[in-house]
Structures are given as structure tokens and as C-alpha cells.
Ligand binder design. Structure first.
Ligand code: ARG
Ligand code: ZN
Length: 878
């Protein structure tokens, strides 16, 4: 237990700050055993919002050694301030004054990776959300915006590169081999966007001409050995800058934009003004070391952080309850970008899959929260799929409701109205409403309530009256406004252009351009003049983050797979068909009868393979069975072992039945070409490797030979990794073993490649056993202090090696809890994220649920639980 229970912070308690910080002048003196931070803050009382209040000045600071405080040049005596816990209270201040503070910190001992810390040989920062308070005493809240000037001083030989936000304004050499660089950021910003970097770095340079003809210098800083892995990120950055101009009319606003790659980073990347800091895994790539999947992730994250310059930095959040204001909108923007650069339907499938497996699970678990939460203990716990991805889905629904033009009008108004401000989600929605002269009052419910709405749909065809009726029922008594994109498909496979019955047509414009706005608990759509019974295609494009139930027959699903004009629903029909068959096989196993896979599933996959009008990327998606996690998510009580048994059985039956076709496909796609990370080639490799992984699920060793050959001859990481993974995930032990060994020999000097090597083992059924996980944790390549390594081994084990993590003896749960307890002290954010698989214990079959719960109780009984871990574990046990 903790000494004191952390308190919850509530949105309803929000108060405007009592002080304004006009200017922030920082000076960092960096040494190996400490850093000295001197700040000079030009401050005044916030009379606009607190007219007659004489509140004391209360600053926050965490793990700081305070050296001195002065106001207007006069040093404060001990009785003029109070330092307790994380608060520094200065009793008496006037209406405007300059505050000077000196303090020391120990970046070299900062394993939480928040504030100023060392990663390898460099200094770097992570301030969002509340890391700045680990640097100096400040008003560490996003609605306090200031002009920053920063001087960085360090040893010149060790740290030749010294960076901060904005433009470099001065530099010079000092005594003792030290040097100094000063930076000035002309844009007001909250301190969570502050950044500093010092290191021995090489730079990749580029430039971008903005739409108004301003030239922006682009720089990517990396450790010298990584300079050959910067080209793709540079290209992606230029594409992002152009896209934001074209699609949103947003131009970059400084003369320089910098990215720095660091190895130790809690998240993916951070949008600090003019100085983005990236997890090296989200920026570094070359064909030999990075897979296509990494390239796609890099493109998306470079875009995401760049887009934050407007959605996040120019217009920021008033408080952390508004986190989705910037994250939901920016995720939506980066998903539009990815859809434009690659296959839009495939991007939609991937986003919907994350929603349905990860976000729906969060919504059904103990940490469920609205996109705009109303309380939290530790804000770091709220960087979630709900805030990010569900937040993005909500913005996407606004886009669907307003149309592309209306949405753009709304975003233009939002940026124009709030440029330079810290605002709320409500203000974003108001801009959308005002620009379109419409009301989104009912719609706003999406932001305020946790949980996944369920919509049940029934149909009735009246052959005499030639009417077709769809009845929609939503689960929530206080109904949501749910945009449901739909179509009716006739026997010939074409969409029917059906008219609504007269009485319904004008009803709140309920059905327009294929989008039905469900606004009531129960609503009926009657289509007239429907000549034959159609097959309904519902929730096209995954138009809302809901669970939609309609009782399709297997034949109807096969029909949709063939004919639906909507790519997402074509894929989803295949998933639903496979799900239905897997459920049936699960039932047969549990009844003890001989399992039998419905031949229609095989027929359906055959016809998918035969089609040449589906692009490779889409085809690869359609060949994949629903994941074990997704299947689990559709069940009331999750039995991972039973799901896995049935899914594997269906997979091997499919593999045997399709083997010849798949081998043909593999051969056709396995062409010699020089590697390019562009959509067409990626799709081709994706499909080829999907075929390969199926082939290794058969008993024919000749297919394993294909994998061995591919592994040995490939000149790119995508094909090497896919071949390795296909062996690791099948029964070909000897081949897998020797491939793993030679892979490590070859790549041990490349940490990002080694991380993939760790993850492919830790996440597999064969190699992710407790025994092997313990070996990996002992391996020279592992480091508990590096979040990427933790994710590669412990994260992959608990998230992907599901049959081992859920082993009946509870050893998987125990291993995870041990690591959470260890990390709780070192890095609370990472520890807390690892709790997630255990936190959902109530969903599992009883014997497993009880063992998971016991491990949570064991964690709860520890001394010195961090706020982060305490919040998740205690909420899981309520
Ligand atoms: N704002 C960043 C992004 O989404 C992530 C912030 C990292 N936060 C953290 N607690 N480490 O782009
Ligand atoms: Zn973000």
C-alpha cells in the first residue's frame, strides 16, 4: 500500500490560473552528476479572470533541490515561502514582478524518463503532461502560456549540439571546454511543449518551401551510427507539411523544424514546438533494418507530431481533461493523411480493428473513461486508446455528419477563432456548429460517456407491398446520435437506389447520401419500391465506434464478401463469416465431437484468392482470420485457450485446403526487385508474406524450405522478418532455431533490429514460454530501463503470446506482476501500462480470473506504489 492514497482531480474544480507568466528565461548548466537550472519568470496577476483576489503564488516542483529564490532581485528569506511536498508557496507577491529561482536536478538518475533525463550519451526532455515540474518550479499547467528563452551550457566535446525550441539567437565558447547556445521561441506556449537536447549528434538536412514562399530548414538529429536511417522520415515530413497546407490550409510558422531521435522514450514521440523528440523506433529506418510496418508507423508518427503544430500547439488544451481536443483531432488528421498516402480502405480496417480489439476492451474494463474524462489521479494513465483513437472516431463522425466542405469550414473557424489560446473540446465542437449553422448538442454525448453503444438491427421485407423495413435499437436509454452508413444490395450485387417511404423523408434529415442518423432509442427506416429482398450492408466504413448486430446468414456474408461496394464491409463480412465458423468449431471441441470446418469458408477464401480486382493490400487483409484478442472481445466470458485451439484448427484446415493456390500466389509475387518503401511494393510483400505464413501452417516441409530460402536471400528486413516470424510461429523448430541464431549474430549491433528479434520470440506461442521469457530477460540485449526493450519482451509476451501468458498454472500472471513491481520504482508510466492485461481479469473464465486478481492484490500490497500504478490497480480491484 501507499502511505497516503493519491487524490483524484476533477474537471468540475477547474479554475483559471491566478498568475500569468509573460516571459520565461531558462539557463541550464549541464554536468555529469547534476544540472543546475536557473529561471527568471516575468509574471503578473491574472486580473482579467480574478479581479480582486490576492491569492499566494503556488508553484509546483518535483524532486528538485531548491537553492535560492528572489523577487525583483531581492533574495527571499526562509519565512517568505513554504516548501512542502511538491508545492512551493510564496505568500506575498505584488501585481507584477520578476521571480528568480535556482535549483538542481539529477538527470543521470532519472529513470522515469519524465523531465530532463539522459538517454545513452545525450540529455533530452519529455515534459508532457506534467514533466516540466521535474525541471524547475513553475505553473505546470497548459493554460499558462509564455514566451521562452533558453540558454544551454555544456561540455563542448561531449555535447557539441545544444538545442531548444525556436531559433538559435546566440552561441559562444566558455572556459573549461564548455560552450553555450541560446534559443528563443517567438510563440507563446505552455511548458509541456518545452524541449531541450544536448548531445554528440549528426544532422540530416532538408528544406521545405511553404505555400507562401517561406523557406523552412528541416533537420533530423541522430547519433552518428544512425545517419543512414533518416531519409524516409525526412520525406515523410515534407509530405506532411505539404498535405497540411493542401488539406487544412495550415502553414508552418518558424524558420526551422527539428526532429531528434532518442533510444529511451516512454511513448512514440512528442510535438515540442519546433523541436519534436522521437522514440528512435518511430523515426529511424533503412531497407536493411526496418520492416514495411515500421515505415508505415514512421510516416504516420512524423505526420502526427507535425500536425500537432496547429492542432495542439497553436491551439492548445485548457486543462488535461481536454487532452482529446489535441490528440483525437490530430489522430484523425494523421489517419486521413495515411489514407491519402496509402490504401484508404486498408487504413480504415486497421483503425477499426484497434477500436474493436483494444478500445472496446478498455471501455469494458475498470479503466473505462469518457473521451473527456471528469476525473483522474495520474494524467499519464489517460494517454489511452479512448482519448486518442475513440477521440479520433468522434471527429470522424463530425466529418461524416458535416461533409468534407462543412468540416473544413469548421476547422478553419476553429483555428482562426482560437489561435494562441488554450481551449476546451466544447469550443472545438462550437466552431464546427457555428461554421455550419447546425447544432451538435445530442452528438456531444459521445465525449461525456464511457462504454460502447450497441445497436441491434432487424429487417423485414414485405413482398406484396414491396417495402423493406430496417428497425434500429440502441442500447443506451439516453440515446446517442449515431451516423450509420448503409446500403441495400440487390441480387445482381449492385446497390439498390431505394427511396424512403414518404412519411419518413423529412424526419430530421434522418437519411441522406447513404448515412442514416440514428437519434432515438428505436427508429425505423422504410424503403419503398424495393423489387426483391436485398442484403443490407450496415455500418459501412465503420461509420461509428459501436457494436452493430444483425443476424446475417453465412450465405449472406459470402454474398457481401463478393459484392459489397464498401471495402470495409467486404472485409468485415469475411471476418464475421470466419468468426461464426470459429465459434462453431469451439463448440464442437467443447462438446467433444469431431470438429468440422464449414466448406463455405474455404469456398469464400478461394474466391477471394481468385479475384484480380482486389488490390494486394486489401487481399492480404481479407486472408487473415480474426485475431485471438478480437474473438475474445466478442465473448461474454473469455477462454483464451479454447479460442486459440479453435482458431488454430480452422487456420490449419484453411492452409491445407488453399496450399496450392497460396504457393502459386507466393511464387507469382516473389519477384526480384530493389526495395522501395512505397505502397504498391509494400502491398505485394504483405500479401506474399501472408501466403507464406499460411503455408508454414501446413505439414509440408517444402514450404518451410521457401521460408528458409527467403530468409537467407532477402536483402530487406520486411522479407527477412516475415520469413523468420513464419518459422518461429510454426512447428519447424530446427529451422527457426538456426534462423534466430544467425539473425542475432548478424544484427546484434543494431538495437532496433534486436528489439524486433526479441519481440518475435516473446510474442510467439512456441518461444514465448515462461522459460524462454526468463532467458530473454537475462539476455545481454535486454535492459529493463529501456521502454522499447520492455515492450519487446514483456509487452509482447503479455499482449501476444496469449496461450503462455494465460497458462493455467498462473505463471504468466506472476511473471508480469513481478516486472510491474520492479518497474514501479524505476519507471511508473511503463509499469502502469503493463497492468492493463491483468486489469481486465473479470472478463476471463473463473480459474484464470482469480489468479489474475491475486497478482493485482500482490501488487497492491507493495510499499511505495507510484500514483500511476496505484490508480490502475486500485480501480481494477474495486
Ligand atoms: N503528445 C504526444 C503525442 O501523442 C504524446 C505525449 C507523451 N506523453 C507521456 N506521458 N509520455 O504525440
Ligand atoms: Zn499526439
Amino acid at each position: 500500500m501507499r502511505d497516503a492514497q493519491p487524490e483524484s482531480i476533477y474537471l468540475k474544480d477547474y479554475q483559471a490560473p491566478h498568475f500569468v507568466i509573460e516571459e520565461t528565461h531558462l539557463r541550464f548548466d549541464l554536468f555529469e552528476d547534476y544540472a543546475q537550472v536557473d529561471s527568471r519568470l516575468v509574471m503578473r496577476r491574472n486580473r482579467e479572470q480574478h479581479e480582486n483576489v490576492e491569492a499566494p503564488l503556488v508553484l509546483v516542483g518535483k524532486q528538485l533541490e531548491l537553492l535560492a529564490i528572489a523577487i525583483d532581485g531581492v533574495r527571499l528569506s526562509d519565512d517568505e515561502y513554504l516548501l512542502e511536498d511538491e508545492l512551493l508557496t510564496i505568500h506575498k507577491v505584488s501585481d507584477s514582478f520578476e521571480l528568480e529561482i535556482s535549483n538542481r536536478i539529477e538527470p543521470q538518475n532519472n529513470t522515469a524518463l519524465e523531465g530532463l533525463y539522459k538517454s545513452g550519451g545525450m540529455f533530452c526532455t519529455q515534459c508532457e503532461a506534467e514533466g516540466f515540474r521535474r525541471i524547475t518550479y513553475y505553473l505546470d499547467r497548459p493554460d499558462v502560456m509564455s514566451i521562452f528563452t533558453t540558454e544551454v551550457i555544456a561540455d563542448k566535446a561531449k555535447y557539441p549540439i545544444l538545442l531548444s525550441n525556436g531559433n538559435a539567437i546566440a552561441q559562444g565558447d566558455l572556459e573549461n571546454g564548455r560552450h553555450s547556445v541560446s534559443w528563443h521561441d517567438p510563440h507563446r506556449k505552455p511548458c509541456y511543449l518545452f524541449a531541450l537536447v544536448a548531445g554528440d549528434l549528426m544532422v540530416k538536412e532538408g528544406s521545405f518551401m511553404t505555400m507562401n514562399g517561406r523557406k523552412v530548414e528541416l533537420k533530423i538529429f541522430v547519433e552518428p551510427q544512425n545517419i543512414d536511417k533518416t531519409e524516409y522520415a525526412m520525406d515523410a515530413l515534407k509530405r506532411s507539411m505539404k498535405w497540411d497546407e493542401d488539406k487544412y490550409g495550415r502553414e508552418y510558422d518558424l524558420d526551422i523544424f527539428m526532429i531528434v531521435a532518442v533510444d529511451d522514450f516512454n511513448m512514440g514521440a512528442m510535438e515540442n514546438k519546433g523541436l519534436n523528440i522521437f522514440n528512435s523506433s518511430c523515426v529511424l529506418a533503412n531497407p536493411q533494418t526496418a520492416t514495411d510496418a515500421s515505415y508505415l508507423r514512421i510516416e504516420a508518427i512524423v505526420a502526427h507530431e507535425y500536425f500537432h503544430n496547429w492542432s495542439g500547439n497553436r491551439v492548445t488544451c485548457r486543462d488535461w481533461f481536454q487532452l482529446s481536443l489535441k490528440e483525437g483531432f490530430t489522430v484523425y488528421r494523421d489517419s486521413q493523411f495515411t489514407a491519402d498516402m496509402n490504401s484508404a480502405a486498408v487504413k480504415r480496417i486497421e483503425d477499426a480493428s484497434i477500436m474493436r480489439t483494444v478500445q472496446f476492451a478498455e471501455d469494458a474494463g475498470p479503466m473505462a473513461h469518457p473521451v473527456q474524462p471528469d476525473s483522474f489521479m495520474e494524467i499519464a494513465n489517460f494517454y489511452t486508446v479512448t482519448i486518442y483513437e475513440k477521440g479520433s472516431e468522434i471527429v470522424g463522425m463530425i466529418h461524416k455528419l458535416l461533409g468534407a466542405k462543412g468540416f473544413r469550414k469548421g476547422s478553419d473557424l476553429y483555428f482562426e477563432r482560437h489561435d494562441g489560446q488554450a481551449v476546451t473540446i466544447n469550443e472545438f465542437v462550437s466552431a464546427m456548429e457555428d461554421a455550419n449553422g447546425t447544432s451538435l448538442t445530442q452528438f456531444k454525448r459521445w465525449y461525456k460517456s464511457a462504454g460502447t453503444p450497441v445497436v441491434n438491427v432487424e429487417s423485414y421485407y414485405d413482398s406484396a407491398a414491396k417495402t423493406y423495413t430496417l428497425t434500429f435499437n440502441q442500447s443506451c436509454d439516453e440515446p446517442f446520435l449515431i451516423p450509420i452508413e448503409l446500403g441495400l444490395i440487390g441480387r445482381n450485387g449492385q446497390d439498390i437506389n431505394a427511396e424512403l417511404a414518404a412519411g419518413l423523408i423529412n424526419k430530421r434529415d434522418a437519411y441522406k447520401k447513404g448515412i442514416f442518423q440514428l437519434t432515438e432509442k428505436e427508429q425505423v427506416l422504410v424503403f419503398t419500391d424495393v423489387k426483391e429482398e436485398p442484403v443490407p450492408s450496415l455500418l459501412r466504413d465503420f461509420s461509428a465506434p459501436i457494436k452493430l448486430n444483425y443476424d446475417y446468414s453465412r450465405d449472406q456474408l459470402m454474398f457481401l464478401m463478393q459484392h459489397d461496394s464498401d471495402g470495409f464491409n467486404r472485409w468485415d463480412a469475411g471476418q464475421n463469416l470466419a468468426l461464426d465458423v470459429i465459434y462453431e468449431v469451439m463448440q464442437q471441441f467443447s462438446d467433444g465431437t469431431q470438429p468440422k470446418v464449414d466448406g463455405r469458408l474455404i469456398t469464400a477464401y478461394f474466391s477471394v484468392l481468385k479475384r484480380d480486382d482486389i488490390d494486394h493490400a486489401m487481399l492480404a487483409k481479407m486472408l487473415l482470420l480474426p485475431s485471438v484478442s478480437y474473438i475474445g472481445e466478442t465473448q461474454d466470458v473469455i477462454d483464451i485457450l479454447a479460442i486459440n485451439q479453435a482458431r488454430s484448427y480452422v487456420q490449419s484446415v484453411l492452409a491445407e485446403a488453399l496450399a496450392e493456390k497460396l504457393a502459386e500466389l507466393y511464387k507469382k509475387l516473389n519477384v526480384q526487385q530493389s526495395y522501395l518503401p512505397e505502397p504498391e511494393q509494400m502491398a505485394q510483400r504483405g500479401l506474399k508474406n501472408a501466403a507464406l505464413s499460411y503455408l508454414l501452417k501446413t505439414d509440408h516441409k517444402k514450404y518451410c524450405d521457401l521460408a528458409v530460402t527467403q530468409f537467407e536471400n532477402s536483402d530487406n528486413m520486411t522479407d527477412s522478418m516475415a520469413a523468420l516470424a513464419s518459422m518461429v510461429n510454426s512447428g519447424y523448430k530446427a529451422q527457426a532455431e538456426s534462423a534466430l541464431e544467425s539473425f542475432y549474430d548478424k544484427w546484434q549491433a543494431e538495437p532496433l533490429v534486436v528489439n524486433q528479434w526479441l519481440a518475435v520470440q516473446a510474442g510467439s506461442a512456441e518461444y514465448g514460454t515462461i522459460e524462454n521469457i526468463n532467458k530473454l530477460l537475462e539476455h545481454e540485449a535486454f535492459d529493463i530501463k529501456n521502454p522499447n526493450k520492455v515492450r519487446s519482451v514483456i509487452g509482447a509476451f503479455a499482449g501476444q503470446s496469449l496461450i503462455n501468458f494465460h497458462a493455467l498454472d498462473g505463471s504468466g500472471y506472476q511473471l508480469l506482476a513481478d516486472k510491474i513491481i520492479l518497474l514501479n520504482q524505476l519507471n511508473p508510466q511503463i509499469a502502469s501500462r503493463l497492468v492493463s492485461p491483468l486489469s481486465k481479469w473479470r472478463r476471463y473464465v473463473d480459474s484464470q480470473a482469480q489468479q489474475m486478481k491475486q497478482q493485482l492484490q500482490r501488487i497492491m500490497a507493495q510499499n511505495n506504489l507510484s500514483k500511476d500504478v496505484y490508480e490502475v490497480v486500485s480501480k481494477s480491484l474495486i
